[in-house]
Design a protein around this ligand. Structure first.
Ligand code: FEO
Length: 398
């Protein structure tokens, strides 16, 4: 239960959740952390809290440093329950002088916990709060991830407490970016952005521009999930910069579900066509790939080819669920195409195309439908479809 020192008088006092496997529909296969931070100064300040089930872990860590009742301020960077779940109990225990939050944060806190008597203090960008030796300044970051979200920056130490942004669902005994496997770190950073922030990419883009304009020196970025970026905060910033612009890597995904393997046969031949054009691709069968892992791949892909059999005049349920999820996240700047087998009505391809049109994908073909089981000529058309997508990718020079 040891706290972890970030720098002089600033500590991680959060909790590791090794067991969580679902975060509102996002598979968290490696668990997560709920990060909270303690600043020891004339005004002792707690930045964020943890999910209610982990409150005792956080309290034990705080007690290693100070009696929790001596805390003066609580900063709430984000009201979602994984960070504010312990707040009512902490307020009861600490009786803080100030609960520092954004304007929208105050509203959200009142609507979550129904305490009009809490000592809300609105953090205004440009108006610093002195803790004694250290100074807090604030950035409004609405919709990253909720309307209430904000960042807190400690000027003297150049540490940005970035709430959900730049985080990962990664439960580890290590606390810093240089202590974990870099491939796993990038995989989880990617998955987090893909499943939490893709929809808000225009706001991320503005935020990155604002941080650059402010010339904000960043010695560390301390998000509310996963590791603290102390060695390479630039890695997280550069990745966010790329993703917020919808830049793909030039590769393609064939995402499909199949009833009796006909659509699967088609998927493999579409892949052969892509390969003919020298395009790197992945076949992702929704039966075996969780939607949130598929979204991680979508983030970096430049073309999405969707395949589905027709069932009851519609889509197979796994594809219908995936499309609903992807449409909510609204990835941009993708080339799209669709295919699928059918028995008598054959609506699936039309529905796939409609979904991709809604997401403003650049659809390069009307779509390929095959009745029952494809024969050689049909499979040849699948290869042609793959080639067409590959050629469109090359023409776009992604
Ligand atoms: Fe980690 Fe939006 O909560």
């Amino acid at each position: 239960m040891n706290p972890v020192k970030l720098t002089e008088n600033i500590y991680w006092v959060g909790a590791v959740d090794w067991d969580v496997r679902d975060f509102h529909g996002y598979s968290t296969n490696r668990g997560t952390t709920y990060n909270a931070f303690l600043i020891m100064d004339e005004k002792i300040t707690l930045i964020d809290t943890v999910k209610i089930s982990k409150k005792s872990d956080m309290l034990a860590r705080i007690k290693e440093i100070v009696d929790p009742e001596k805390i003066d301020y609580i900063v709430v960077n984000h009201v979602e329950m994984d960070h504010s779940g312990s707040l009512p109990d902490m307020v009861e225990l600490i009786k803080p002088e100030k609960i520092i939050c954004s304007k929208m944060g105050e509203k959200a806190l009142r609507q979550h916990f129904h305490h009009d008597d809490w000592p809300y203090a609105i953090a205004t960008p440009g108006e610093d709060i002195s803790l004694g030796a250290k100074t807090l300044s604030f950035l409004e970051t609405r919709m990253l991830h909720w309307p209430d979200s904000m960042f807190t920056y400690v000027k003297e130490d150049k540490i940005l407490f970035s709430s959900d942004a730049f985080g990962e669902h990664l439960g580890t005994s290590e606390r810093f970016d240089d202590e974990v496997d870099q491939a796993i770190l990038m995989e989880e950073l990617t998955k987090y952005y893909a499943n939490i922030l893709t929809l808000y990419s225009p706001l991320v883009k503005k935020l990155i521009a604002k941080v650059q304009e402010m010339n904000l020196e960043l010695k560390m970025i301390a998000p509310d999930h996963g590791v603290i970026w102390r060695s390479n905060p630039g890695m997280a910033l550069q990745a966010y910069d790329k993703w917020s612009q919808g830049k793909g890597d030039g590769n393609a995904l064939i995402i499909y579900d199949t009833m009796w393997h006909s659509t699967e046969m088609m998927a493999k031949e579409v892949g052969a066509g892509l390969q003919d054009e020298g395009i790197s691709y992945k076949l992702l069968n929704l039966r075996y790939n969780h939607r949130s892992d598929v979204m991680r791949e979508v983030l970096n892909a430049s073309a999405i080819v969707l395949g589905c059999s027709t069932l009851n005049n519609g889509l197979l349920p796994r594809m219908a669920g995936f499309l609903m999820y992807m449409r909510g996240l609204r990835p941009t700047n993708k080339i799209g195409a669709a295919f699928g087998s059918f028995g008598w009505s054959g609506e699936a391809v039309k529905l796939l195309n409609e979904a991709m049109t809604d997401m403003k994908f650049d659809i390069v073909d009307d779509g390929l439908k095959v009745k029952y089981v494809p024969e050689e000529g049909d499979l040849g058309q699948c290869i042609e479809l793959g080639r067409k997508v590959g050629q469109a990718l090359k023409a776009k020079k992604i």
